[in-house]
Design a protein around this ligand. Structure first.
Ligand SMILES: Cc1ncc(COP(=O)(O)O)c(C=O)c1O
Length: 405
């Protein structure tokens, strides 16, 4: 059976194993086949004319509008996102950020962006959008009264959130922030890559458009680049139109890989969340560690909001070292053996990345100021599917080398 309306009553972990199946598109198979095609042939001129008039997934037109492999993935992502009418796929997460912002903003508009946002999102505001005559201002997502003021001051067309900040790990009150923004007539967008739809139902919590990098949890195997944006009917149509105008399309091979990743995403996330929590708890006890920023960790900034609003976590969190040596985080990651040093996250393999305060204006400005985090070296970990005991042994070895450096 393909996904049906009854599936809405199933738990998310079950739904990801079924979502997106549509036998008319893909045939009676478990996984959508890789449907490689630029040209779609019509049986007659009358059929070509009919197809040209409409513009929906499920209707063959030309490869740039996708084919069953991409349609099945977009449908699956829509089915697991409460409140979504449709999903647009993009060739990367950054392309999804650009596509979503360009679908909403026009010259003369103002964008408000939370100051814990991922660097390329910030560069989009300060570079591309600025060149197009779109103004921007950053705000502290942890300060609701200040946010109210900044909204009143700027009357923004759109507000961009990231929750938690993917470096700072600060969790903010999205339902409250979105309410303030919507009351002012702003469109609310969120980078929901950390939690995905399984961990944070962003549209249900008041956002108009939810974006994620599928290169992370959905792909899950560090072998593909892709992004998505999902929304209710009005904004889905705007996203689709803008993406088509920009000529964006994802390859069917990558779409098939992402669809395969989706099937195991719930169980991978559950495991990496549990391992991350175990490792975060251990790290907090280490004498070389000043602070651990992990939403799932009791006592960590935002843990109460995480418990209230989220239905899951993931393996990504950060911690601050006590060392005053600015090179300490670099030395630490060099000393690790099981963790790779690399960008991206959400794969089955664990990664470590130094974070330097100068890289990110707000890194640890508010949540960790109390610990002196803003001036100390920090590290971001992406916990994968290795045994947590082995990862802890590796971290222990690397921390002990810091003592001797
Ligand atoms: C929070 C966040 N959003 C978006 C992206 C961009 O995704 P992609 O690498 O697929 O372009 C990343 C990538 O690291 C990210 O960390």
């Amino acid at each position: 059976m393909s996904g049906s309306s009854d599936d809405k009553n199933l738990r998310p972990g079950t739904r990801v194993t079924r979502a997106g199946r549509q036998a008319e598109w893909t045939g009676p198979v478990v996984n959508p086949p890789v449907w490689r095609a630029s040209t779609h042939l019509y049986e007659s001129e009358a059929q070509r004319k009919a197809a040209t008039g409409s513009n929906e997934d499920g209707e063959f037109f030309y490869g740039r509008r996708g084919a069953p492999t991409q349609w099945a993935l977009a449908k699956a992502l829509t089915e697991i996102e409460p409140g979504a009418f449709g999903t647009v796929l993009y060739p990367s997460g950054v392309a999804a950020i650009a596509g979503a912002l360009l679908a909403v903003l026009r010259p003369g508009d103002t964008l408000l962006m939370s100051d814990n946002s991922y660097d390329p999102s910030r560069s989009m505001a300060t570079g591309l959008l600025k060149r197009m005559g779109i103004a921007h201002a950053f705000f502290d997502p942890l300060d609701l009264p200040a946010f109210e003021k900044v909204v009143a001051q700027h009357s923004p067309r759109a507000v961009w959130f990231e929750n938690p900040g993917s470096l700072t790990m600060d969790v903010c009150d999205i339902p409250a922030l979105a309410r303030i923004a919507r009351q002012a007539g702003s469109v609310t967008l969120i980078d929901n890559t950390w939690a995905s739809a399984l961990g944070f139902p962003a549209l249900a919590h008041g956002c108009d458009i939810t974006m994620q990098s599928l290169s992370k949890h959905v792909g899950g195997h560090s072998d593909l680049m892709m992004g998505s944006a999902s929304a209710g009917e009005r904004w889905y149509k705007a996203l689709r139109l803008t993406s088509q105008q920009l000529g964006q399309v994802v390859s069917p091979d990558d779409a098939a890989l992402a669809a395969r990743g989706l099937r195991t995403m719930a169980v991978r996330l559950r495991q990496s969340t549990q391992s991350a929590l175990e490792i975060a708890e251990w790290l907090r006890e280490q004498p070389q560690v000043a602070q651990v920023m992990c939403p799932m960790l009791p006592g960590s900034q935002g843990h109460e909001l995480w418990k209230r609003d989220f239905t899951g976590g993931c393996g990504l969190f950060s911690f601050v070292l006590k060392s005053s040596d600015p090179d300490a985080s670099g030395k630490f990651v060099d000393a690790l053996e099981l963790f790779g040093i690399g960008y991206s996250w959400g794969g089955f393999e664990s990664l470590a990345l130094p974070i330097f305060p100068h890289q990110h204006r707000n890194v640890m400005a508010s949540p960790t100021a109390a610990s002196g985090g803003g001036t100390r070296p920090a590290v971001r970990l992406s916990i994968g599917l290795e045994e947590p005991g082995d990862l802890i042994a590796d971290l222990k070895r690397a921390l002990s080398q810091l003592d001797n450096s």
